[in-house]
Design a protein around this ligand. Structure first.
Ligand code: APR
Ligand code: ZN
Length: 365
């Protein structure tokens, strides 16, 4: 099977022909149908995060189950599944509390199967890791069964793929981490797949004012079409904060940062009204720090919260988001502007570095 591999973090992708073993206990084999290209793949590609290699990149995918290993009750062969990039172990204390997104025993942390081995090999037998145990830039993969979530009838593979990362990360940040109440005023900084999904989540939550901010004008247009009530073309920090405060009558109740830059994290915190919450969704390169003035944070009772994977319990939330899509409440298709092949992923990374375009989706077969 063909797959997009990087030898070490920081090196370009190579398309390779690899062998794939069958699924073992607790695993399923998936024929990939679609995989979105997410900024987190670019972080790994650029060496922002240290990751072992060689590794098949990609973590926003959907496909059809071709075979299941022993002991697997769900999914079943033939199911369309959306793949979760954080397979819960179901044994640790966090899983016990129902907080799958904080699982400490997840195989995804090691980019291997639960037994510590890999199913992907080169012709010489050398093992290849799968990013977050799903490595979706591959025609086929074997993944933990707990990472493969069956989709309802009629679901599109492309939309299912995006539920695997940006939709769940963004919609979940709005609905689950922030628990947005009707009438809330929010700002969203950064309008990639994640930020636009936050906008969609804020619309579902019936937020009153939704200010969308990006440095690329075309992103503001699409945010408006998805329900943003105000848009701000990002300029220097002071001007941007001023514009956000103007649009929200003194500052938002909730400010979402969906870029992963210290500068915009600081803008999110600084824009807040008293009592407001900054929800940090974007991931920075390792080791970066952001700062805030302590007095107004304490004096104004403001809060800073991290949101990983939209506080998702994939087995519950993926089907819920798919249902909202089928009912027309979550227009995931609007996030997709290009369908590409595996060989186009590097060019897509270039576009992403420039902030160009919406989600590109690798289509297989
Ligand atoms: N000010 C405003 N907008 C900015 C700025 C800035 N200084 N820098 C970048 N942006 C915008 C880009 O124009 C783009 O629209 O942020 C958006 C980022 O979108 P993508 O690159 O598509 O990223 P996405 O996949 O949505 O992920 C966003 O979440 O999960 C993390 O690792 C991921 O850190 C990344 C973030
Ligand atoms: Zn992602």
């Amino acid at each position: 099977m063909r797959a997009a591999v990087i030898e070490h973090a920081g090196e370009p992708i190579r398309i390779e022909d690899l062998t794939l073993d069958g699924p073992r206990e607790g695993e399923v084999a998936v024929r990939m149908l679609a995989s979105g290209v997410c900024h987190s793949d670019l972080h790994v590609r650029d060496g922002d995060w240290e990751r072992p290699g060689p590794i098949v990149l990609g973590h926003e995918g959907a496909g059809v189950v071709e075979a299941v290993g022993s002991g697997v009750e769900s999914p079943r062969a033939g199911d369309l599944v959306a793949l979760s990039w954080y397979a819960p172990c179901h044994h640790c204390a966090e899983c016990g509390k129902g907080r799958d997104w904080l699982c400490t025993g997840s195989p995804s942390l090691r980019h291997r199967m639960a037994d510590g081995t890999t199913r992907v090999h080169r012709a010489d037998g050398g093992e290849i890791l799968a990013y977050l145990s799903i490595g979706t830039f591959a025609e086929r993969q074997v993944v933990p069964a707990s990472a493969a979530i069956p989709m309802p009838d009629g679901m599109s593979a492309e939309a299912a793929a995006l539920i695997g990362c940006c939709v769940t990360t963004g919609v979940g940040a709005a609905l689950k981490t922030a628990e947005l109440a009707p009438g809330t005023n929010v700002v969203v900084l950064g309008l990639g797949g994640v930020g636009l999904s936050i906008v969609m989540g804020a619309v579902i939550a019936k937020a009153r004012i939704i200010v969308a901010v990006d440095r690329v004008p075309s992103k503001l247009e699409i945010a408006r079409e998805l329900g943003a009530t105000h848009t701000v073309l990002a300029g220097d920090a002071a001007t941007t904060i001023e514009a956000i405060k103007d649009a929200t009558d003194g500052g938002p109740d909730v400010a979402f940062e969906a870029i992963g830059l210290p500068a915009t994290i600081e803008q999110a915190i600084e824009s807040l009204r008293p009592g407001g919450t900054a929800v940090l969704v974007g991931l920075t390169p390792f080791g970066q720090r952001a700062s805030f003035e302590a007095f107004p944070l304490v004096d104004g009772g403001r809060r800073i919260v991290g949101s990983n994977y939209g506080s998702a319990v994939a087995s519950v939330d993926f089907p819920r988001y798919a249902q909202l899509y089928l009912e027309g409440q979550l227009p995931i298709d609007r996030l997709i502007d290009r369908r590409i092949g595996l060989a186009d992923v590097e060019a897509t990374f270039d576009r992403m570095r420039r902030g160009e375009g919406l989600r590109s989706v690798v289509m297989f077969g």
